[in-house]
Ligand binder design. Structure first.
Ligand code: SF4
Length: 200
């Protein structure tokens, strides 16, 4: 697969920050499985950028983008130090910062990382994807096995308790019964649930 250095990309009035192509999941639906690009943006990284390299691509007019979003082809929390350094710098300039994550940072680092995240991001979208641990494991094939599902709930609970606007996301194809079960999980964690339309 060809590799690129697109550390940032624009989409829907937001600027996306692409820190890594690594991930603790290997989701069956991941766009990385068969494409090097996403909405025309070539995102497989040739190397991982330093915080300075990412910040050099931020416009002088910070208000040019609605949100600055840690997302990309990999899992942004794989680069927690870079993420927090960039997020803090952006917030100091008045930006709204969002993190899209699989929620496995507590397993990855063996600790609660919500305090440092609360200094670096305003919003967190945790991909819940499924309604139970067994189905999550089948769909997302996490490196940590089934315990990833409980851990991502702890992660969301801790982030919400720190005052970060936190929500779970699922795609509507899982069906009404599972969506209802996901709603209950979200409620128990003190976060909201957002149901996205499936995009083939
Ligand atoms: S969590 Fe995201 S980046 Fe990681 S494998 Fe799943 S879809 Fe791909």
């Amino acid at each position: 697969m060809e590799r690129f250095t697109n550390f940032t990309y624009e989409l829907d009035g937001n600027l996306y920050l692409n820190l890594t192509s690594r991930c603790t999941n290997d989701c069956t639906f991941c766009v990385r499985n068969d494409k090097a690009e996403y909405f025309g943006h070539k995102l497989w990284l040739a190397r991982e950028p330093s915080p300075e390299e990412v910040l050099a691509r931020i416009p002088a007019d910070i208000a040019r983008y609605k949100e600055y979003v840690f997302c990309g082809f990999g899992e942004p929390t794989m680069r927690l130090d870079a993420l927090t350094a960039i997020g803090k710098a952006l917030k100091a300039r008045g930006a709204t910062v969002r993190l899209n994550t699989n929620g496995q940072a507590e397993l990855l680092y063996g600790r609660d990382v919500s305090e440092e995240l609360s200094l670096a991001v305003d919003k967190i979208n945790v991909s819940l994807n499924e309604a139970n641990a067994a189905d999550y494991e089948k769909l997302c094939r996490p490196r940590f096995g089934q315990k990833a599902f409980a851990s991502l709930q702890d992660f969301a609970r801790h982030c919400a308790a720190r005052g970060i606007e936190t929500w779970f996301s699922v795609v509507d194809v899982i069906g009404e019964d599972k969506i209802e079960a996901c709603r209950k999980i979200a409620q128990d964690c003190g976060v909201t649930l957002r149901v996205r339309k499936y995009i083939p």
